[in-house]
Ligand binder design. Structure first.
Ligand code: PLP
Length: 379
């Protein structure tokens, strides 16, 4: 079956009691056993729940993996993935990854004995040079947040393979509709399902998808042992959202293209970061490894913070909010919002400045988005 069909059906229609067309929510902490040795596949919701399983089956199919575990947030998905490693292990990650991931790595997991090196991941030689005998993993986030730098997934996977390293890709920005890291050799995919997979800004969630059984079993063990699985209600919401993932991504991209065209010609815009632009230094790579250019973009406004503030104040349609991937367009300021958890030096090193505005394009009509952002920039 094609992607859109699997989005709608996989894992979903399994209600043997009443044959409902959608997955029921099973709000139960525990399940009754038939006798002392057998139950009907579930015993306790921390370990497994039919609604959550339906979602996990669906995402496994969309990413093309072996098994998925749905977690309470994107961060808990990342926490789960990092449990594959032990103190002393070294992980290489990009220097412009999501601020919350950077904080988790550079603070929480560093205190627990893991070691990290943050490099410009688009330069393969820098990644190779960072490998030490302790290196166990390369962490991929592409396109990066907020500057839309790409990581060559196939090249990084090949490098990791050569050195026997695990590759983990955060596929949140693209969703499996636009990018499937397993097809390029990655071992584990994580998502904040809060974003495109759910798509309606009404739940936080995450997932870890494994390509092979051995890692999948470790992931499942961790989610149960640490109690990181999502609630049946949240699983149901994400499963409902996923059904429209394909059509939503098409609408998101259409609107993004229109907004990018306007921004690229606007006198108060200094730079637009969007892999769909031919001038983007990795446009060819985007065409090769993505099935579209997505709907996340950033731009530098001419001037500095006062000018950026004017854009936020004047826009009427773009909500001033963190997060991304919902049907409504959002605009945020990495300097004080999504990337405030990075140090100032780390932000500057990554290229994030006071001019930078990040936009998540929703599925409103492109004309309305273009005219609102244009008038906001005409200060
Ligand atoms: C790329 C990426 N990964 C992970 C996360 C964390 O997800 P959550 O907020 O659902 O914990 C985010 C959140 O913005 C993100 O943008």
């Amino acid at each position: 079956m094609k992607f859109e069909t699997r989005s709608v059906h996989v894992g979903v229609d399994k209600d043997s009691a009443y044959n409902s067309a959608t997955t029921p929510i099973y709000p139960t902490s525990t399940f009754v056993w038939d006798n002392l040795t057998s139950n009907r596949g579930f015993d306790y919701t921390r370990s497994g729940n039919p609604t959550r399983s339906a979602l996990e089956e669906n995402i496994t199919s969309l990413e093309g993996g072996y098994q998925c575990r749905a977690t309470s947030t994107g961060m808990s998905a990342i926490v789960t993935a990092l449990q594959l490693f032990k103190p002393g292990d070294h992980i290489i990650a990009g220097d412009d990854i999501y601020g919350g991931t950077y904080r988790l790595f550079s603070d929480v997991f560093t205190r627990m004995g893991l070691k990290f090196t943050f490099v410009k991941m688009r330069e393969l030689a820098r990644v190779e040079a960072a490998i030490t005998p302790e290196t166990k993993c390369i962490w991929i986030e592409t396109p990066s947040n907020p500057l839309m730098n790409l990581v060559d997934i196939e090249a990084i996977s090949a490098l990791a393979n050569k050195s026997d390293l695990i590759t983990i890709a955060d596929n949140t920005f693209m969703s499996p509709y636009l990018q499937r890291p397993f097809e390029m050799g990655v071992d584990v995919v994580v998502h904040s399902t809060t974003k495109y997979l759910n798509g309606h800004s009404d739940v936080v969630g995450g997932c870890v998808v494994s390509r092979e059984k051995e890692i999948a079993e470790k992931v499942a063990y961790t989610v149960n042992a640490m109690g990181l699985g999502c609630s049946p209600f949240d699983a149901w919401l994400v499963l409902r959202g996923i059904k429209t993932l394909g059509p939503r991504m098409e609408a998101h991209q259409r609107a993004a293209q229109a907004v990018v065209e306007m921004l690229s010609g606007h006198a108060n815009v200094e730079h637009v970061y969007y892999p769909g632009l031919e001038s983007h230094p990795q446009h060819e790579l985007a065409k090769k490894q993505q099935h579209g250019f997505g709907a996340m973009l950033s731009f530098d406004v001419k001037g500095g913070r006062p000018e950026a503030e004017k854009v936020f104040d004047r826009s009427e349609l773009f909500l001033l909010a963190e997060s991304l991937g919902g049907v409504e367009s959002l605009m945020e300021y990495p300097e004080t919002m999504s990337h405030a958890s990075m140090t100032l030096d780390a932000r500057r090193e990554a290229g994030i400045t006071e001019k930078t505005i990040r936009v998540s394009i929703g599925i409103e009509h492109p004309d309305d988005l273009v005219s609102d952002l244009k008038q906001a920039l005409d200060f």
